[in-house]
Design a protein. Structure first.
Length: 228
């Protein structure tokens, strides 16, 4: 009897690495967010043109976000290994792809200022996941900070180590952002809240620039926008 128990225990110990490995399998799938706007003073006609949802497709080393509006679609493709960012714009019949290198991304992020993030013990459930609250603080100078916003995230999913690298405020968070806000310009605030997290395999083609898109620089984009 003792030998049988010892054998069972040894078998369980030998299986543990495989079980742990299975539990830590990298997440791939689709996350759907609802978009809300704080648009005080904006005409009702303009409000009706604002997007209401965003889809995020998560692969093993790439992420794609997609927002559909009446003015045109906008997507981003992020390569987490190379740390590059491609913006796809379909505006007024023109399909454009703008690629930013890691150095260009860092330069753009530096313009938003320097931030620190405080992870709190406060939690709430969003789309079936227990999320922790992160408080964003802007560094105003000589160690002084001021509160600049908050976000909720979950670390229940295994994601690429560079998953949030291109987020100027929350790039230090190790997890999936489930609820957060951002400045949309023109005195507008956008907030994103996850409503569904679906695990699935995402095809590689989802992260490729479509053949009918023109790849241009940001300087070329500025010229085009000036002529619209």
């Amino acid at each position: 009897m003792k030998k049988r128990c010892a054998f069972t225990l040894m078998a369980a110990i030998m299986l543990m690495p495989a079980l742990l490995s299975a539990q830590k399998k990298a997440f791939t799938g689709k996350v759907t967010y609802k978009i809300d706007f704080d648009m005080a003073g904006l005409p009702e006609e303009a409000k009706s043109m604002m997007p209401t949802t965003m889809a995020m497709y998560i692969g093993s080393d790439k992420v794609k976000t997609e927002i559909i509006t009446v003015m045109g679609n906008q997507s981003t493709i992020i390569d987490m290994d190379e740390k590059t960012h491609i913006t796809l714009m379909n505006v007024m019949g023109q399909k454009l792809a703008i690629k930013d290198t890691f150095e260009e991304l860092m330069a753009q992020m530096a313009l938003s200022g320097e931030y620190s993030v405080e992870i709190t013990d406060e939690t709430k459930e969003i789309a079936g996941y227990t999320c922790r609250k992160a408080v964003l603080k802007k560094i105003t100078g000589e160690g002084e900070t001021e509160e600049a916003g908050e976000a909720w995230f979950t670390d229940a999913l295994k994601l690429h180590e560079n998953f949030n690298f291109n987020n100027p405020q929350f790039n230090k968070i190790k997890g999936l952002m489930m609820e957060y806000g951002m400045d949309a310009g023109n005195n507008m605030k956008m907030s994103f809240t996850a409503v569904e997290v679906a695990g699935m395999k995402i095809k590689g083609a989802e992260f490729e620039v479509p053949a009918d898109y023109e790849i241009i620089t940001r300087e070329d984009l500025a010229k085009k926008m000036g002529s619209w």
